[in-house]
Design a protein around this ligand. Structure first.
Ligand code: ADP
Ligand code: MG
Length: 714
């Protein structure tokens, strides 16, 4: 990581973070008022520009001459911070526009968050800013901070100005922003920029990401989000920053509201499973953004990213002076996807020679409770020099003979001579502030518990993988017949239906090159016999009705029919079942389908979300799909790597890998189906939901087969 020189500062950065003068409209003399807090923060945080308090009633504020309106300010104004009552905001903005102000931060609340009237007011605000060419942060926000000493701008009403650092924090919630600022302060974590976005009437996370991409002060970006203003743009922007920019920066995000709030009442499995939270997961995975759950995690990881080099891969060495924490760290490493490095012989030789006989010279290296700094040095150097080690976690639990400060000094000195990440864990409950200061000063992250260090390291390794990932494209299949698919969809639409029974879905998928079974729609038992003879036994019979979505539920599927006689019986049975279970259903006939060979059942599908677009799903199929919810999601269009990753991502992936001596499955065939599905739903926007369940997957090289499909159009 590291900065870069930045000649063409993006407009948003210039407007909000490099103003030469700031007007505080609604600055106040009243103690405990927001108008006073913001003004005094600006005044006393060392801002290098000029601050103008604006208040029609005050003569001066905190000793500074006040102005009646923005108009009265003698010089130019770059940025306005607005704290006036909500109904006065549009007027103030209008004045700012006339004054030539380029940016406004509207702190005032009482807009869309309070209902219809507020929404209307917010619309007015938006209109004024568009008309006047003002960029606006807020309304209903806490303000912004730029710690860069060249500006030292604190336009918030938070109590503390963060230390200078290389972490930017963007928060959609003001309250959470305050909590984050205080936490960072208390933990000695430095920030570069802070933005409370409020209602995002104008400036959104996407604009801020654009700005922070090349910000030389920022190496890590933290987001607290409640929604995404424009998921597609977010993916593009974030992906640029995390993976493709010249100076890549990790983005860590909390998205609150993990519960399945948005799951709509859907008739497809995919529709039922694809809640909006899964869509966020998909967005983050696709853009290389690391999603975390808590503020604590957010800053734990941020500190590691902000101060340590990335590991090349995920092979970790642990050096500890106590067995228990070493084992806990080991378990945590494995749980979070890291590997314990296997040392080269040279390393174990060095450890054997240098450490007492009772020490454990294998990973995790236990240098024993009476270890002094010399043992730490020997062990750390040995493992850091090992080619098989990508990163190190050093653990120290205080014992009578441990000089913690000396140990900390040794660790920071050793760490600084290698280009490998070093995270530490000092498991002390008494005051070890001097020890921690040594670590902070040399920017070696420290954690209270080994799991936290392991998780931070795992996130670094994951991000390192993302940066090095093979870049693939969205594959375009040329063997497809788009018109054929469109013709079917068009006909369904014309007939005023939204549900495509299996034969129609079968035709659409066949047109897009999916592997489908030979099948025929028949109207009578005799037609059925002829069709079965043409297809070849064994066959399957399925009811075809625009009113029946789940065929098995009404006794509408008969599998493994071996003879003509069996077929006649099954045909009769099938119709009787459906008559009984669903007497009013309009029956088109019966689908005679080749019986597919046995294999592993998977599901693939799509649910079109109004906000995110087509969300693709993959999971274990069959009857347990909604019970275990072992599925993964991506937003279309899907790249080749995305398809492979979404298959590997499910918990049950082992099923396809060759479990207990079984041969591995044809996951490449699944990946191809997913990519064809992506192309289909990108081409045909009328498709609202689509399920292929099951997709039967065969052994590697033998492909996969669509056995059932349903499509819903809008
Ligand atoms: P539903 O509408 O109830 O989902 P399906 O067409 O998926 O009906 O059939 C139910 C089950 O029957 C499938 O999950 C699959 O296990 C089996 N099945 C259906 N068609 C075939 C086929 N052609 N070959 C083999 N098994 C099949
Ligand atoms: Mg099915």
């Amino acid at each position: 990581m590291g900065g870069c020189t930045n000649r063409d500062e993006p407009k948003i950065m210039k407007t909000f973070f490099s103003p030469r003068s700031v007007a505080v409209v609604g600055a106040s003399t009243r103690p405990d008022s927001v108008g006073r807090a913001i003004f005094s923060n600006l005044l006393f945080s060392g801002y290098t520009g000029i601050v103008y308090p604006v208040n029609p009633k005050a003569h001066g504020i905190l000793g500074v001459r006040a102005y009646h309106s923005v108009w009265d300010i003698p010089g130019g104004v770059d940025l306005a911070v607005i704290i006036v009552p909500s109904t006065a905001v549009p007027g103030v903005l209008e004045e700012c526009g006339e004054k030539g102000v380029k940016g406004a931060v509207v702190i005032t609340a009482g807009f869309k968050e309070v209902g219809q009237q507020g929404l209307e007011l917010e619309r007015q605000v938006k209109d004024v800013t568009t008309k006047c060419g003002i960029s606006l942060i807020g309304p209903n926000c806490l303000g912004i901070i730029n710690t860069d000493p060249e500006f030292s701008l604190n336009a918030t009403f938070a109590r503390s100005m963060p230390r200078v650092g290389n972490i930017a924090f963007i928060s959609q919630s003001g309250a959470l922003g305050v909590a984050a600022l205080e936490y960072a302060h208390e933990q000695n974590i430095g920030l570069s920029k802070f933005v409370s976005m409020g209602n995002k009437a104008d400036v959104t996370e996407n604009d801020l990401l654009t700005g922070l991409k090349d910000d030389p002060q920022t190496d890590v970006i933290l987001l607290y989000l409640e929604d995404l203003s424009d998921p597609k743009t977010f993916i593009e922007q974030a992906k640029q920053i995390t993976g493709d920019a010249q100076h890549k920066k990790p983005i860590l995000a909390i998205k609150s509201g993990r519960t399945a709030e948005g799951a709509k009442a859907a008739s497809s499995h995919t529709g039922a499973l694809a809640s909006s939270d899964e869509a966020y997961d998909a967005v983050f995975i696709e853009s290389g953004v690391l999603r975390v759950e808590t503020l604590e995690e957010l800053f734990d990881y941020a500190q590691a990213f902000a101060s340590q080099p990335l590991p090349k891969s995920n092979r970790i060495a642990i050096v500890t002076n106590a067995g228990g924490p070493g084992i806990m760290a080991t378990d945590a490493c494995i749980r979070y996807g890291l590997k314990l490095a296997e040392f080269e012989e040279e390393t174990t030789d060095k450890l054997r020679t240098g450490l007492p006989r009772t020490a454990n010279i294998n990973n995790p290296v236990d240098i024993i409770g009476d270890a002094k700094e010399d043992r730490y040095e020997l062990a750390l150097r040995s493992v850091l020099e090992d080619e098989n080690v990508d990163g190190v976690i050093a653990i120290s639990t205080p014992q009578m003979m441990t000089d913690l400060e000396a140990v900390a000094k040794t660790i920071v000195d050793t760490a600084s001579t290698y280009e490998k990440p070093m995270l530490t864990c000092f498991m002390a409950t008494e005051d070890i502030s001097e020890t921690l200061r040594i670590l902070d000063e040399k920017r070696v992250p420290h954690y209270l518990f080994p799991e936290a260090a392991a998780r931070a390291m795992a996130n670094m390794a994951e991000y390192a993988w993302w940066i090095q990932r093979p870049r693939t494209d969205v594959r375009t299949f040329n063997d497809i017949h788009k018109d054929q698919a469109k013709r079917v969809l068009h006909r369904v639409k014309k007939e005023g239906r939204s549900f495509l029974p299996e034969p129609e879905a079968h035709d659409v998928l066949e047109a897009y090159g999916f592997p489908v079974l030979e099948s025929r729609l028949v109207k009578s038992v005799e037609e059925g016999v002829t069709a079965a003879e043409r297809i070849g036994f064994p066959v399957v019979l399925k009811i075809v009705s625009p009113d029946i979505v789940h065929k098995v539920d009404v006794g509408g599927v008969k599998v493994n029919i071996q003879t003509k006689a069996e077929l006649r019986r099954a045909y009769k049975d099938l119709l009787e079942n459906v008559k009984r279970e669903k007497p009013d259903a309009d029956i088109w006939g019966v689908f005679v389908q080749k019986m597919a060979a046995k294999g592993k059942e998977a599901i693939i599908g799509m649910n079109r979300d109004p906000h995110f677009g087509p969300i693709l799903l993959f999971g274990l199929g069959g009857i347990y799909v909604e019970l275990f919810k072992d599925v993964s999601f991506r937003i279309a269009p899907l790249r080749e790597l995305g398809a492979r990753r979404m298959i590997r991502q499910i918990r049950g992936y082992k099923m396809f890998e060759g479990f207990r001596g079984e041969p591995p499955s044809d996951t490449e065939a699944i990946a191809e189906c997913l990519q064809r599905l992506s192309q289909l739903v990108m081409d045909c926007e009328e498709i609202d939901e689509l399920d292929i369940n099951p997709l039967i997957v065969y052994n590697k090289g033998d492909g996969a087969m669509v056995v059932d499909a349903r499509i819903l159009i809008r």
